[in-house]
Design a protein around this ligand. Structure first.
Ligand code: SF4
Length: 360
């Protein structure tokens, strides 16, 4: 996001800022100094960067700006989950969810696109189609704004959008989030979730380190084709091969997200096939019972089915964690906040807005 012809420094990696400053005869350490002000101290006015010379600050203000976000809407659930809705410079909106964890910790679920092209059938975001990619600064600003509301230890790129469909901007955003002089997130604290864009998964592994989560949700191509149309392009065999090849650090695993849907993918045969699919992959499985809604075509699994599925995996030494759906009373599953707002503004037909949203 730039205002007029000014360059928004939130869009720049350290290398890009250093290069711009070098063109203006400034030393590279100035870029680190500025990053420290922006991300370490949350300063967004050049005038407040008191260890920079006054003429340098004035020069910066003539060609650069630093965007600073506040949410347009905040909703808090009974369990403490918070949804923030941000209005972008072009009027589009994007949502971010803060999920409270044990010991006063929090995970932030951030978006990478407005809408999504992947059209997963269980996800409300998918019904909008893709509106546009988020810029690096628009990804980073979700974190900066949430930090004003309390510390955030973990980041998950699991909100609106398919992160690997916006790979260049997502890689830049990660570089900014990892910056030692800035927010200094460790690579183990950040997880990127994909619906399974195989070539981009391989490219991601070559370009940057991040925890990988794969939204799997099915154990046969027939079912996955229906739930996640991307599977028609990159079927399970190719997807699992890309997972096997993904570079992992010692003790690192790939997370497989599996939304359990009654009579669709929650049988013991599915659990069995899942064990076969995961063979040879350092994996952990997150089982997420489907969040049922009025008008949704899918049903939540029974407690017995969840239990049996999880036990089957655990008995075969697969780490399988049941994820509680948090924030249900405020529809915090990915895609739902935007759906609610747009419905209120009359932009979406009611049935689409009521279809359950559950992002990857
Ligand atoms: S689940 Fe994720 S990839 Fe699928 S449509 Fe929703 S946002 Fe896109």
């Amino acid at each position: 996001m730039s205002s007029g012809s000014l360059i928004d420094l939130k869009n720049l990696t350290l290398e890009e800022l250093s290069a711009l400053l070098a063109e203006r005869g400034q030393k590279p350490f100035r870029a680190k100094q500025i990053m420290r002000w922006i991300y370490g101290r949350g300063v967004t006015a050049f005038a407040d960067m008191t260890d920079l010379a006054k003429d340098f600050r004035e020069d910066l203000a003539s060609w650069a700006t630093i965007s600073d976000w506040s949410p347009e809407l905040v909703e808090e659930s009974r369990d403490g989950t918070k949804k923030y809705l941000f209005r972008l410079a072009d009027g589009q909106t994007v949502e971010t969810v803060r999920i409270p964890m044990e010991n006063e910790r929090a995970t932030l679920c951030i978006s990478t696109q407005v809408g999504c092209a992947m059209q997963c059938s269980f996800c409300l975001t998918g019904t909008f189609g893709l509106v546009r990619d988020l810029e690096p600064g628009e990804i980073v600003n979700q974190v900066c704004a949430a930090l004003k509301d309390g510390p955030v230890q973990n980041l998950v790129l699991m909100g609106m959008g398919e992160p690997l469909h916006n790979l260049d901007n997502v890689v830049k955003a990660l570089q900014i989030l990892y910056l030692e002089e800035g927010l200094n997130y460790g690579v183990r604290k950040v997880t990127l979730s994909t619906s399974g864009l195989v070539p981009q998964m391989r490219e991601l592994g070559e370009r940057i380190r991040v925890n990988l989560a794969v939204s799997l949700n099915a154990t046969t191509d027939a079912v996955r084709n229906e739930l996640m149309p991307i599977n028609r392009r990159y079927p399970l065999k190719e997807l699992m091969a890309a997972c096997r090849d993904f570079p992992l650090q010692p003790r690192q695993r790939i997370t497989f997200e599996y939304i359990l849907i009654r009579d669709v993918n929650d049988s013991l045969q599915d659990a069995k096939r899942l064990v076969t699919l995961l063979h040879g992959i350092k994996a952990k499985v997150n089982l997420i019972p489907y969040n049922e809604h009025e008008g949704s075509p899918f049903k939540a699994p029974t407690a017995e089915a969840i239990e049996a599925f999880q036990s089957y995996l655990l008995n075969r030494n697969i780490v399988a964690i049941r994820r509680a759906s948090k924030g249900q009373d405020i529809s915090a599953a990915c895609g739902q906040l935007k759906g609610k707002l747009e419905k209120a503004q009359g932009r979406l037909p009611a049935p689409a807005a009521e279809a359950a949203g559950q992002g990857d």
